[in-house]
Design a binder for this molecule. Structure first.
Ligand code: KG4
Ligand code: ZN
Length: 345
C-alpha cells in the first residue's frame, strides 16, 4: 500500500490530493481544487497572474488536502507533481514546492505528465475504466485520440491541427457573448437550439474517408469557428439565432469527435471508450458517444475529475512509482513534452 500526495499547477487550478492504494485498487482520500477565478476578468488565462496565484495558494491547498485525508506528512511515501506540459511559470510553482517538500521529508518526488493524468482520471470513479480502451482527451489546451493498450502503453492516433476542442467552445462562446470559460454555457444554450437551422459540416469528416488518409484520426476546429463567426456576422437578430447557432456548432464539433473515436475503437477492437479533459463535462458529448460509437461502455469522468485536478496526477504518479520511477531533485518543468509510454501507432 502506497500513500502519495499529488500536486497540480499546470494552468489555472491549484490542486492537491492524497491517494492510497496499489495497482488499480486505489482510494482517493482527499481532493482540493482551487480555481483561479481572476482570469474570468480577462477572458482567458494570464500566465503571470496564474503563477502568482499558485504561489499564494499552494501551501494552504496542500495542508488542506492532508487535513481532509487525515494523513500526516510523515505517512507519505512520495509526492507526484505535474511537470509537463503547461504554463511554465505555473508548473514551476508546483515542481519547486514538491521538490522542497520531498527533500525536507526525505521521500521521492515523481514528475507526472499532465495528459497521462487525464488518462487515469476517469478510473478514480469508475473502476472498470481501465485498459484496454480508446481514449479521447479534450480540454482547453489539448485534443488527443489515443489507443490505450495498457497503462503506460499508448498509441497516439490523432490530435488537433489547430484549435483544441475546448478552445473552440471558448471562442464560439465569446462570439455569442457568453462568459469565459464558455464550454458549459454553449452546451446549455445548444440544448434549446434548433438542430436544423444552421448545419455546419463536421470538420475532417468526409463520406469517402479511408484509414490510409493521413487525417483519418486528425481533428481541426478553426474552420468551424470561422464558419460560426461568418454566421454570427450575417445574423440580423443574434438574440433570436444564438441558441440555434450554438446547437449547429456543437453538433458539428461533437460529430467529428464521435466519428474519429468510433473509428479508433473499431480499428483496435476496443470495447470501452474513456473520455477525459474539461470538455468531457459536456453531457451531450457523452450521450452522443454512447448512442453512436458501437462499444460496450463509454466512461465519462465526474466534472471535478474531468477538469484539471491533483487526484489524477497522484493516480498516474502511483502507476509510475510502482514501476520504480523516481525523479531527482533536478526535476524540471517543461511547457511541452510528449506523453510517456508512446508506442508506434
Ligand atoms: O481540462 P480543463 O479544465 O483545462 C485545460 O487543461 O484546458 O478544460 C477546460 C475546458 C474549457 O475550454 C471549457 O470551456 C471546457 O473545458 N468545458 C466544456 C464544458 N465544460 C468545460 N466544454 C464543453 N462543454 C462543457 N460542458
Ligand atoms: Zn488538463
Amino acid at each position: 500500500m502506497t500513500t502519495l500526495l499529488g500536486i497540480e499547477t499546470s494552468c489555472d487550478e491549484t490542486s492537491a490530493a492524497v491517494l492510497e492504494g496499489s495497482g488499480d485498487a486505489v482510494a482517493l482520500r482527499s481532493l482540493v481544487i482551487l480555481s483561479q477565478d481572476v482570469h474570468k476578468v480577462f477572458g482567458g488565462v494570464v500566465p503571470e497572474i496564474a503563477s502568482r496565484a499558485h504561489l499564494t495558494s499552494i501551501a494552504p491547498v496542500v495542508s488542506r488536502a492532508l487535513d481532509d485525508a487525515e494523513v500526516s506528512l510523515s505517512s507519505l511515501d512520495g509526492i507526484a507533481v505535474t511537470s509537463a506540459p503547461g504554463l511554465i511559470g505555473a508548473l514551476l510553482v508546483g515542481v519547486c514546492y514538491a521538490k522542497s517538500l520531498a527533500f525536507a521529508r526525505g521521500i521521492p518526488v515523481i514528475g507526472v505528465h499532465h495528459m497521462e493524468g487525464h488518462l487515469f482520471a476517469t478510473s478514480l470513479d469508475n473502476p472498470d475504466a481501465i485498459p484496454p480502451f480508446t481514449a479521447l482527451l479534450v480540454s482547453g489546451g489539448h485534443t488527443m485520440l489515443l489507443d490505450v493498450e495498457a497503462w503506460g502503453r499508448y498509441r497516439l492516433l490523432g490530435s488537433t491541427r489547430d484549435d483544441a476542442a475546448g478552445e473552440a467552445f471558448d471562442k464560439v462562446a465569446k462570439l455569442l457573448g457568453l462568459p469565459y470559460p464558455g464550454g458549459r454555457h454553449v452546451e446549455s444554450l445548444a440544448l434549446a437550439g434548433d438542430p436544423m437551422r444552421f448545419r455546419f459540416t463536421k470538420p475532417m469528416v468526409r463520406g469517402n474517408d479511408s484509414p490510409a488518409d493521413d487525417d483519418y484520426y486528425q481533428f481541426s476546429f478553426s474552420g468551424l469557428k470561422t464558419a460560426v463567426l461568418n454566421t454570427v456576422r450575417a445574423s440580423d437578430n443574434i438574440e433570436r439565432d444564438k441558441a440555434d447557432i450554438a446547437r449547429g456548432f456543437q453538433d458539428a464539433l461533437i460529430g467529428s469527435l464521435v466519428e474519429k473515436t468510433k473509428r479508433a475503437a473499431a480499428a483496435f477492437g476496443r470495447e470501452k471508450i474513456v473520455l477525459g479533459g474539461g470538455v468531457a463535462c459536456n453531457r451531450t458529448l457523452a450521450e452522443a458517444m454512447r448512442s453512436r460509437a458501437e462499444v460496450r461502455e463509454v466512461y465519462a469522468p465526474a466534472p471535478r475529475l474531468a477538469t484539471d485536478n491533483a487526484a489524477m496526477i497522484a493516480r498516474a504518479g502511483l502507476f509510475r512509482f510502482e514501476m520504480g520511477e523516481r525523479s531527482g531533485l533536478d526535476l524540471n518543468a517543461f511547457a511541452s513534452q510528449p506523453i510517456p509510454g508512446l508506442i508506434a501507432a
